[in-house]
Design a protein around this ligand. Structure first.
Ligand code: NIG
Ligand code: FE
Length: 429
């Protein structure tokens, strides 16, 4: 027999309401119910950011949120199969959406880390054969299983740190087949229920090829896009001095449209090289990095509805300009925070650390940073079904170790996550 939870009438976001005749609609039977939440961060845009409801409950029916709101309005039924979680006053926040990673790689570049600490620049190291080229050498020959095994460990760490959706790029293959193997490995992770949901991005213009770049680009345009389209949702390019030029990137992004691949750009990361303006011009879903974007670029992104993805870990590791969080918000753009997890510029799986860095270095308030790491990440992936805790959205939520959502950024370097709920299932206690 299903037991009915009803603490009071009405008031809840999405609770069952009395019918016009006065009879009550049958309550939804929750598959998961979290009670005794101290602070529930909903991301509800009708509330002051980040949309905190005190004394709350969260219920899922299957993979969707059936109720998110004050305990007083809770109206769901529980049955023998309902998983019940007592949060004991802890905070609950949306799962993190990490919208920019290069998770599939083999090998490592710790030596470059030490060289940079000794004064060598990222560009100098790349010119001497290190950088992306060295990861391509280690990664390109890997089988799908080799690649998935290496990436799985990183994805597990991400999930433990609260990431419930992760974008994964290719980019360390360079030959068509090697790039496709990276995409297949990324998709294999996405099929595992105990790992974050995966969104894949084909990144054929990353490091420069050993052979002729014109020939390589033609191969990507005429063969690569068609082959990658069934395996990826997005296409991306490293638009930068010393990497790929604006014209080359534009050809790629425009050609990708015919294959249903939406655009992303590594834009103005190391110099003001025109990537943001390109992203705005082609109507990309996101422009990422932006460390050297000027105010005109940021306004253009806002007007074109392009989300700005900030990667404060990479900015910090490379020691350059901090990412323009405040300026992006003032321009009116959507801001996302992501890890950029990669072996060269930021080996980091932690979104809580990115929230802290977003506040410490990018000029964001804690509420803006948390929103950027959840709803902002979802926007940067074109996903309207997650990133907030509202009825009808995917139930991706984190029960924290602490009663305060502010501790996510405040407790620097810690893992604030006690329990992870992904698509309505408790995947990690
Ligand atoms: O986002 N900037 C280009 N791509 C990566 C770094 C890749 C690498 O160094 O392996 C980034 O920072
Ligand atoms: Fe990147």
């Amino acid at each position: 027999m299903a037991a009915r939870r009803r603490m009071a009438t009405g008031g809840g976001i999405g609770g069952g309401q009395p019918g016009v005749t006065g009879e009550r609609k049958p309550a939804v039977v929750a598959s998961l119910l979290v009670t005794n939440i101290g602070q529930l961060v909903t991301g509800d845009p009708r509330l002051p950011a980040p949309g905190v409801v005190e004394g709350a409950a969260l219920a899922a029916s299957g993979d969707r949120i059936a109720y998110a709101g004050p305990t007083s309005g809770l109206d769901v039924a529980t049955g023998p199969d309902t998983i019940e979680v007592d949060a004991h006053g802890a905070a609950v926040i949306p799962g993190f959406v990490d919208a920019h990673t290069h998770l599939v790689w083999l090998g490592e570049r710790s030596e470059e880390y030490a060289l940079r600490a000794g004064g060598a620049s990222y560009e100098e190291i790349a010119e001497k054969g290190g950088g992306i080229r060295s990861t391509v050498a280690a990664t390109a020959a890997g089988t799908v299983e080799d690649l998935a095994t290496a990436a799985r460990e990183r994805a597990r760490r991400m999930l433990r740190l609260g990431t419930t959706t992760v974008e994964i790029k290719s980019g360390y293959g360079q030959s068509l087949e090697a790039e496709l193997r990276q995409l297949r490995a990324a998709r294999a992770l996405g099929e595992q229920a105990d790992l974050p949901d995966v969104v894949t991005t084909y990144l054929p213009l990353h490091g420069l090829p050993d052979g002729d770049r014109v020939e390589y680009l033609e191969g990507v345009l005429h063969e690569g896009l068609r082959a990658a389209a069934p395996l990826a949702g997005f296409v991306d390019c490293f638009c930068e001095t010393g990497a790929w030029g604006v014209d080359e990137c534009e050809r790629l992004l425009v050609a990708a449209r015919e294959h249903g691949l939406r655009a992303k750009v590594h834009a103005d990361q190391r110099s003001h090289s025109g990537g943001s303006a390109l992203a705005a011009r082609v109507g990309a879903v996101s422009a990422d990095h932006l460390d050297h974007a000027d105010d005109e670029d940021l306004r253009a992104l806002a007007v074109a509805g392009v989300a700005g993805v900030l990667l404060p870990g990479a900015s910090m590791v490379l020691g350059g300009a901090p990412p323009p969080g405040r300026r992006l918000l003032e321009a009116g753009a959507t801001v996302a925070l992501a890890t950029d997890c990669n072996p060269g510029t930021c080996w980091c799986e932690s979104m809580p650390l990115m929230v802290a860095l977003g506040v410490a270095t990018a000029g964001l308030t804690p509420a803006e940073a948390l929103t950027a790491a959840t709803a902002g990440g979802a926007a940067a992936l074109g996903l309207s079904d997650r990133g907030r805790l509202l009825p009808g959205l995917r139930c991706d939520a984190l029960v924290l170790e602490t009663p305060r959502w502010l501790d996510v950024g405040y407790h620097l370097g810690a893992n604030p996550v006690a329990q992870v709920i992904a698509a309505g299932r408790l995947v990690r206690r």
